[in-house]
Design a protein around this ligand. Structure first.
Ligand SMILES: Nc1ncnc2c1ncn2[C@@H]1O[C@H](COP(=O)(O)OP(=O)(O)O)[C@@H](O)[C@H]1O
Ligand SMILES: [Mg+2]
Length: 357
């Protein structure tokens, strides 16, 4: 599946843009601030129903306007037209003219992997960045997981509101139990999906890292969860005193984290900058392989500012991997057309370039 035609209307700084893309490499170049990251994000959004960067859809509307729309025409054997509209505070997506009842039904139809300079927060940022990574990785291939996540979040909010509203009064055990039962069900489902994912993902991730770097370092991801060693039911029971005084749920899968390791040491503390960058790219390439293995279609690969941010040897390795035709459609952005062309000149794959003004 590849994106043949992209229309943007009032999306961030883009008033009205229309691009006809090629099936392999597409390079977008233009000065800083011209909207290259925004353009790649629009392609991501057509796949995942959400901006990669911004959770608030209204902020994606071009300043001074009141709606935006994105349209992608995809083709290979089947032709698909995805139309995403945000108007009057509401987002709708239709597939070949048919509106989805729920946005989550669209996710995973057209898988995409986005590598951006902002991904450094995957290692250096808070645990929510890493939960986002694992959630986005699983949910593009597993709808049920997305439902469990939504359910967990909903029950968690209600349970917290309940703890807060009680303000020192004795807790009604029957109400608490009804929240807990639902939280335990979805929490345990999420925990086992995450465990299974990490186990499968680690093998691909290790292979991609050694491909990319040629290094002998052993890397891995460790999944940290309160639920790994105890039943969620027991945890909640044990924790109830703490939860009541904190007025929120202090343990559960909403506290999960991932530890990226290199030679068994935490990358966040002990990794060099170069190792961190390589790990991030390897994790994204592994995400690509994971999606490819789980879905029928090859994901679209979005590489934002890739040549600016990585060093020569890694960039060349990446180009080698691309040349081996492991990927399908690739969208690259750069400030310099010549730099992009130089890197891509060694690859004998169909290429198209677009200037963004
Ligand atoms: N909602 C919006 N409306 C109009 N412009 C926006 C909006 N959101 C961001 N921008 C503008 O988009 C520009 C940044 O685009 P970006 O994609 O990051 O550029 P590039 O990647 O080419 O450097 C900034 O000038 C910013 O002000
Ligand atoms: Mg940018």
């Amino acid at each position: 599946m590849f994106l043949k035609e992209l229309h943007l209307f009032n999306f961030k700084n883009h008033e009205s843009k229309n691009y006809k893309l090629g099936p392999a490499i597409n390079g977008f170049y233009g000065k800083n601030g011209t909207g290259k990251t925004n353009l790649l994000d629009s392609i991501y959004m057509l796949s995942c129903a959400k901006s990669y960067f911004n959770n608030v859809d209204s902020q994606l509307v071009r300043f001074g306007q009141d709606f935006f729309s994105l349209k992608g025409n995809y083709g290979e054997i089947d032709q698909i037209e995805i139309l995403l509209k945000f108007t009057k505070g509401k987002k709708n997506i239709s597939n070949n003219g048919k509106k989805y009842k729920r946005l989550i039904d669209h996710i995973g139809q057209i898988p995409a992997v986005f590598i951006t300079p902002y991904d450094i927060s995957l290692i250096l940022g808070n645990s929510d960045e890493r939960r986002r990574f694992i959630d986005l990785s699983i949910s593009q291939v597993n709808k049920d997981y997305l439902k469990q996540l939504a359910l967990y979040k909903k029950v968690l909010l209600s349970r917290n509101a309940f703890l807060k509203s009680n303000e020192g009064n004795p807790i009604d055990p029957i109400i608490l139990e009804s929240y807990d039962a639902r939280l335990i069900d979805s929490g345990q489902a999420i925990n086992s999906e995450r465990s299974a994912f990490i186990e499968e993902f680690n093998a691909i991730f290790k292979a991609d890292y050694s491909h990319l770097t040629g290094d002998n370092e052993i890397i891995g991801i460790e999944y940290i969860s309160d639920l790994n060693h105890s039943e969620f039911k027991d945890i909640l029971e044990k924790q109830i005193g703490v939860d009541i005084s904190a007025q929120r749920t202090t343990k559960g899968v909403h506290k999960d984290d991932l530890v990226f390791t290199i030679n068994k040491l935490a990358l966040k503390k002990f990794g060099s900058q170069g190792q961190i960058k390589s790990v991030i790219i390897a994790a994204k390439l592994a995400q690509f392989s994971y999606f490819s293995g789980k879905t029928k279609s090859t994901p679209i690969l979005l590489l934002d500012d890739i040549f600016e941010k990585i060093d020569l040897s890694r960039a060349e390795k990446l180009m080698e991997m691309i040349a081996n035709k492991r990927f399908g459609q690739i969208i690259i952005s750069d400030t310099e057309r010549t730099r992009m062309e130089q890197f891509l000149s060694k690859i004998k794959i169909d290429q198209k370039f677009f200037e963004i003004i």
